[in-house]
Design a protein around this ligand. Sequence first.
Ligand SMILES: Cc1cc2nc3c(=O)[nH]c(=O)nc-3n(C[C@H](O)[C@H](O)[C@H](O)COP(=O)(O)OP(=O)(O)OC[C@H]3O[C@@H](n4cnc5c(N)ncnc54)[C@H](O)[C@@H]3O)c2cc1C
Ligand SMILES: NC(=O)c1ccc[n+]([C@@H]2O[C@H](COP(=O)([O-])OP(=O)(O)OC[C@H]3O[C@@H](n4cnc5c(N)ncnc54)[C@H](OP(=O)(O)O)[C@@H]3O)[C@@H](O)[C@H]2O)c1
Length: 446
Amino acid sequence: MLRVAVVGSGPSGCYTAQTLVQLDPEVRVDVLDRLPCPYGLVRYGVAPDHEKIKSLQGNLRTVLEHDRVRFLGGVRVGGPGGLPVARLRTLYHAVVYCVGAAADRHLGIPGEELPGSWSATEFVSWYSAHPDATDAGFVRGVRSAVVIGVGNVAVDVTRMLVRGAGELRPTDMPQAALDTLTASGVDEVHMVGRRGPSQARFTTKELRELGALPDTEVSLDPAELEMDAGYVDSAALPAVQRRNVEALRGWATAPARQAARRIRMRFFLRPVELLADGGRVGAVRFERTAPDGRGGVTGTGRYEDVAAQLVLRSVGYRGVPLEGLPFDAASGTVPHAEGRVLRDGAVSPGEYVAGWIKRGPTGVIGTNRPCAKETATSLLADAPALARREVAQDPLDALRAAGVEPVPWAGWQAIERAEAALGARLGRGVVKLSDWDALLGAARSA
Ligand SMILES: Cc1cc2nc3c(=O)[nH]c(=O)nc-3n(C[C@H](O)[C@H](O)[C@H](O)COP(=O)(O)OP(=O)(O)OC[C@H]3O[C@@H](n4cnc5c(N)ncnc54)[C@H](O)[C@@H]3O)c2cc1C
Ligand SMILES: NC(=O)c1ccc[n+]([C@@H]2O[C@H](COP(=O)([O-])OP(=O)(O)OC[C@H]3O[C@@H](n4cnc5c(N)ncnc54)[C@H](OP(=O)(O)O)[C@@H]3O)[C@@H](O)[C@H]2O)c1
């Protein structure tokens, strides 16, 4: 029997566990997560109004309920108070790190740390009820917001800023976030890309959703769009970009209409400074850019200030080093060969990676499936050598001896029941618990 620990219960962790037990009847997998709740960004990233994508949790659930897979929540690996990587390594024949890329990237411009300027990560974590999130009063007193970046996360946060009560109430969003967002006075969101519309990273389905929001108009500046050769002649663009450009063209040529809220999509503007007003952010200064003919842009020395009381920086995620594991700071990933962790360029026996910490923070949920399969296949190819190592009879006993009391699957199910009960009390569907005490209290009631 080969005992494997998978660290992280997001898509890559669940797909790794699934592949291992499907391909080898002799494997047992413990899926550890620092949170008492499974599913990683599917629970704490995917937007609450995307119920269909959220329902993928059902597929991940069947993996964690497999009779040779065990969920152990509330177990942090590495870092202060966490189980050291070296100790974990002694408990299992192999360990697969699937810890994602939880941190945000920085712009590195003056004013970035002003109150009112937050990363999209912080905003997403708040409305998704992540227990580490804080209520920074994101939208209080805000009429105009700037979202920097034109990827799918930028689309998500833009949409959440303009959604109304009727659409948010049926979601599992925590009550405090729902109350705040539905009472917000945000009526204008500027979503700004530093390059052109044909280089935006969002996908067409997500983009089109902005145009379908009730009482919201999407407006564009035709002169900005036409600076982009790919927009002017989209025939040679890859399919996603061509469809994006077509959707934008449709909005740019549609007659203006009256709406309570407006999403202004802007291009060829790169942020250079956040300007203060009364001790908090009041505007973003952008430099107008121009295409350089090679897919990039150059500055023009012309500037434009966009007033905003809220700035959400949505410029991508980055991996964080896990103490005891090698880390490549430039890419924010763990060095590997086909999923095998490399230490000083050589394969480290029994250590593997999958998901965003392996590839970097790009790709949808499904992208993690082949990525996890590659890693699981490498691990199983190494299995004969790994199985020769002496490990704990039951790692759970060893974890308890090390002072770690994991939240078992039954604990997570108790959290689910508590969230259903909370929703029923509030006259809503399931409503997420958003703090550690409530989650652990519910888990202990199991
Ligand atoms: C805001 C946002 C919205 C998204 N929306 C969509 C969408 O709608 N559709 C789509 O297809 N894709 C979406 N994605 C992309 C998708 O979420 C990712 O591709 C996927 O979650 C990456 O999987 P992962 O397992 O590598 O990481 P994660 O999902 O981040 O999982 C990592 C897990 O590891 C745990 N962990 C981290 N550190 C430790 C530690 N030290 N010890 C123990 N456990 C640890 C975390 O708690 C977490 O559960 C979205 C991404 C973001 C950021
Ligand atoms: N519904 C969904 O399927 C969904 C939802 C959310 C997320 N996801 C996935 O999750 C992954 C992460 O998404 P993401 O939106 O965080 O990242 P992303 O797709 O990499 O987009 C990041 C955006 O930030 C911009 N940017 C980066 N640095 C910048 C800077 N210094 N100044 C100004 N702009 C800057 C990028 O512009 P440049 O291109 O010019 O660098 C790009 O527009 C993606 O693969 C995404 O598809 C999917």
